[in-house]
Design a protein around this ligand. Structure first.
Ligand SMILES: [Zn+2]
Ligand SMILES: [Zn+2]
Length: 372
């Protein structure tokens, strides 16, 4: 079928909106009419060639939400018309997948970034010339996307499809790190470093869990203002504060129980660790480039502190995303406050405003497809 999608023709080139041909779904796959898709740092990393397995031309996008358009012959748990979010892929066969640790799938790199199905087949072509799709096994920057049914999450029929795409990645990454990993008790203290889409999702989840105080650290004043609006009791501008851990210790009972770093900046990770109370936990959610090293003092770990990385919030998307939607629709997870909408045709502006920190969470609205 014909689709309209944003194509990156070569590494670091701008997105071009083009008409492409999308493959028919195999037995275990489905096609989603994409209503809207979040744009995440990872998409721009893909555009800019951060992943050695990526080739071009390519279509990115991995926070797609929409309506099931067609299902393969072996798909029985979805039907055309179902509302869905498409989440991260996993192989189902590796040492981690066999233990249901799907978000740490050993084959995730290829499934997310190689631009083909697991067997190497491509999903998209332009006049017969292959185009890499299957980014996160979905490539949601288009009017239709093909994914395996097992990566799709059915959501309630009154869910606002233009808002919920970001739950597929940044939303569950931040909120899951808090609710699935840190599991704070009411009254625990909490700090988040980096008030972007992931950090603010973590903050909203900390608020849901009853954390207090809740501290946001960032270098952009408008993001700190948004963090306050979303419930941060304290906001610290790291660009103007010489001693962030000291400031956090003063604002709390000598440190926080839980810290989240979304920046992947070594200095911020160190400050997050130094802000912890003995026995506290710091999770790293930001994706650092290979070769990035961070330092901290070893005695900090001897005091029972934990430092660990988390991918996709340790979320099981089919359980966690519907929960986040329920919270959102009850007004407790106001994701809409961080979203800025763009038409697909304005994707380069969205990318630019995202990189500049102007748009916290850009969401692309897809055009009506004449072939749809
Ligand atoms: Zn696996
Ligand atoms: Zn993402």
């Amino acid at each position: 079928m014909q689709i309209i999608a944003a194509v990156v023709r070569e590494r670091s080139a701008p997105f071009l909106v083009e008409t492409l041909e999308l493959a028919a779904p195999r037995a275990d796959e489905l096609i989603v009419r994409v209503v809207a898709s979040g744009l995440c740092q990872t998409d721009l990393h893909g555009r800019d060639g951060y992943y050695p397995v990526t080739s071009y031309p390519a279509v990115f996008g991995h926070e797609g939400a929409g309506i099931v358009h067609a299902v393969g012959g072996a798909v029985h748990d979805f039907a055309p018309g179902d509302y869905v979010v498409m989440s991260y892929p996993w192989c189902g066969e590796c040492a981690n997948c066999r233990r249901q640790r799907l978000n740490y799938c050993l084959n995730a790199r290829n499934l997310k970034n190689k631009g083909t199905r697991a067997d190497g087949s491509t999903l998209l072509n332009k006049n017969g010339a292959p185009v890499c799709g299957a980014f996160f096994q979905q490539s949601s920057f288009g009017t239709f996307a093909l994914t395996q049914a097992r990566y799709a999450v059915k959501v309630r029929r009154d869910a606002p499809l233009d808002l919920i795409g970001p739950l597929a990645c940044s939303g569950q990454t931040g909120a899951g790190a808090v609710l699935n990993v840190l599991k704070p008790n009411a009254g625990d203290s909490f700090a988040v470093f980096g008030a972007g889409a992931v950090g603010l999702s973590a903050l909203m989840a900390a608020k849901v869990a009853g954390c207090a105080p809740t501290i946001a650290v960032d270098v952009h004043e408008h993001r700190l203002a948004l963090a306050r609006e979303l419930g941060a009791t304290h906001a610290i501008n790291a660009g103007r504060c010489a001693d962030v851990p000291g400031e956090i210790r003063r604002a709390t009972e000598g440190g926080v129980h839980h810290a989240v770093d979304t920046s992947a900046v070594p200095k911020a990770l160190r400050e997050a660790i130094e802000s912890l109370l003995p026995g506290g936990t710091c999770v790293l959610l930001g994706s650092a480039r290979a070769g990035t090293e961070a330092a901290f003092e070893m005695p900090f770990l001897q005091q029972g502190r934990v430092v660990r990385g988390v991918v996709q919030g340790d979320s099981v998307p089919r359980e966690f995303i519907p929960k986040l939607i329920d919270l959102m629709m009850a007004g407790q997870f106001p994701l809409e406050k961080m979203i800025k909408f763009y038409e697909l045709a304005d994707i380069n502006l969205a990318a630019q405003e995202s990189a500049a920190g102007i748009a916290v969470k850009p969401v692309l609205r897809m055009p009506q497809n004449p072939a749809g």
